[in-house]
Design a protein around this ligand. Structure first.
Ligand code: MN
Length: 160
């Protein structure tokens, strides 16, 4: 039978066990080497010249966290695996799988996995985006003035 796959674009990637996809590299998360983060992998699921955006899948190991940052671009996040907490601006939310999180422009944000399982989420972003900004000591002090946010930043929120 004629091989119809020759010179055809990739239109399907099979999902493997454990939140991996055929032909998609599992990358260590190193988007910003200045930022403090812990135990994250990144897979770019959709990107390229035909899209203005990218869809990535991030996975944070139990007890790990993303960098605390802000930037002009926005994020649309769909929690895909596990649970944890997120800080967006001054709002602290417990997140469960299938919850949606919107990160508006220039808003401090951080995601933290629970201690029991990985936190996996899909993240939609602009393909062209500005570099993340990191908080100053004053920014951190402002955030810590809220006791719950202070606990979150120390990974000390109750998981009950
Ligand atoms: Mn971000």
């Amino acid at each position: 039978m004629q091989d119809r796959t020759v010179d055809q674009p990739i239109i399907h990637r099979e999902a493997n066990a454990d939140f991996r996809w055929e032909g998609v590299a599992v990358l260590p998360y190193k988007e910003d080497e200045r930022a403090l983060f812990s135990a994250i992998t990144k897979q770019v699921l959709f990107s390229g010249p035909d899209f203005d955006g990218e869809l990535r899948y991030f996975e944070i190991a139990p007890g790990g966290f993303s960098s605390l940052e802000r930037h002009e671009h926005a994020h649309a996040v769909l929690t895909f695996r596990g649970r944890g907490h997120c800080l967006v601006g001054r709002q602290l939310k417990r997140i469960e799988h299938h919850d949606l999180v919107i990160v508006p422009p220039l808003t401090w944000h951080q995601f933290r996995a629970s201690f029991h399982e990985p936190l996996g989420f899909l993240c939609m972003v602009n393909a062209k985006r500005d570099r993340p900004q990191l908080p100053s000591e004053q920014d951190l002090a402002d955030m810590r003035s809220d006791p719950e946010i202070a606990k979150f930043l120390l990974n000390q929120l109750s998981e009950d």
